[in-house]
Write a protein that binds this ligand. Structure first.
Ligand code: ADP
Ligand code: MG
Length: 159
């Protein structure tokens, strides 16, 4: 099921990302990493959403548009979880931008197989269609549509 949201500014998009992150922290770990696919044109708000998302995971670092960096890893602190010290908790957040990726193989060379098979990882991928072939089936899809300068439609798979 998809939940549809309209945001009127980037702050609201960040807030939406933040509450979605908190929801994900409350879910059970699966047998693989939790993958989020962010689909939408340039400027539709994917990175903005992830800035709020990272905040919701308790990450203090700034999330930038990784124009030159393909993949960036952030630690998720134990304090971010409801049940502290739970051994079954997410530990790392990977922000990936495939805009510049030509072939999935470039990705596998970055050690992607191991990253994706670790249930303690949350992986958010912008322009994921570029590496769709190597993604697991049960990803959560978040779709972004530009409505006007400040309005975006954001559809989120329920988790
Ligand atoms: P993407 O990662 O999809 O290319 P960004 O998040 O980097 O997009 O950029 C979105 C741009 O649109 C930012 O400059 C942001 O300030 C602006 N913006 C305006 N309104 C919104 C909104 N409702 N949600 C998200 N971004 C918005
Ligand atoms: Mg972006």
């Amino acid at each position: 099921m998809k939940l549809k949201h309209i945001t009127d500014n980037s702050f609201q998009t960040k807030k939406l990302g933040e509450s979605f992150a908190k929801k994900i922290l409350r879910t059970q770990l699966k047998n693989k990493a939790q993958v989020l696919e962010l689909i939408g044109d340039l400027g539709s708000g994917k990175t903005t959403f992830l800035q709020g998302f990272a905040k919701g995971l308790g990450i203090k670092d700034k999330i930038l548009s990784p124009t030159f960096v393909i993949m960036k890893k952030f630690k998720i602190s134990r304090n971010s979880h409801k049940s502290r010290n739970s051994p079954k908790a997410f530990r790392a957040f990977y922000h990936i931008d495939c805009y510049r990726i030509k072939k999935p193989k470039e990705f596998l060379d970055l050690g992607f197989k191991e990253i994706i098979s670790n249930p303690k990882n949350i992986i958010a991928i912008e322009w994921s269609d570029q590496i769709k072939k190597i993604l697991p089936k049960n990803t959560l899809i978040i779709k972004f549509d530009f409505i006007d300068e400040n309005k975006r439609k954001i559809e989120i798979d329920s988790c």
